[in-house]
Design a protein around this ligand. Structure first.
Ligand SMILES: Nc1ncnc2c1ncn2[C@@H]1O[C@H](COP(=O)(O)OP(=O)(O)OP(=O)(O)O)[C@@H](O)[C@H]1O
Length: 129
């Protein structure tokens, strides 16, 4: 196959590889289960409280940021293990930085969550009254 057909098949394969990475992330990383649970809770709360489009945009960006950081951190951990089966200070630093990226993303998401959901807490309490 040549030209656009081959290009399209290449793009489809890329999606396949990405989907396989996503499966590996969710199946193999206990942290990913925490993110999945948090994602479900936040989306359910957003639906209950009727977020505005702007609020949804902020929440979805925050959720995407955390998932992206977790995926890249997992990639760094796997690469580190592949590069050196032994303890290596540079692998340790790389893994620490990957973990720092997840922490930064998670703290950012918490701040976004507080900014969006705190003003709506009274509405949330009314829902359970
Ligand atoms: N090969 C290594 N060489 C040096 N230090 C390492 C190495 N592997 C891990 N470490 C240190 O141990 C820490 C934890 O590494 P590990 O690979 O267990 O990640 P983790 O944060 O426990 O991730 P997960 O919970 O997803 O397995 C790293 O941040 C790093 O400081």
């Amino acid at each position: 196959m040549t030209g656009p057909g081959r290009w399209r098949r290449g793009r489809l394969h890329s999606f396949g590889y990405a989907a396989s990475g996503l499966r590996r992330l969710v199946a193999g990383q206990p942290n990913a289960w925490v993110h999945l649970f948090a994602t479900c809770v936040v989306v359910a709360l957003g639906l209950l409280l009727g977020l505005s489009w702007g609020e949804w945009a902020a929440v979805v960006l925050a959720i995407g940021l955390v998932w992206t950081a977790e995926a890249l951190n997992t990639a760094v951990e796997i690469l580190g293990d592949a590069v050196s089966a032994e303890e290596h200070p540079l692998v340790g630093q790389a893994k620490d930085l990957g973990a720092a990226a997840v922490l930064i993303a998670s703290l950012t998401a918490v701040v976004v969550g507080l900014v969006v959901f705190l003003p709506k807490m009274s509405g949330l309490l009314e829902l359970f009254d």
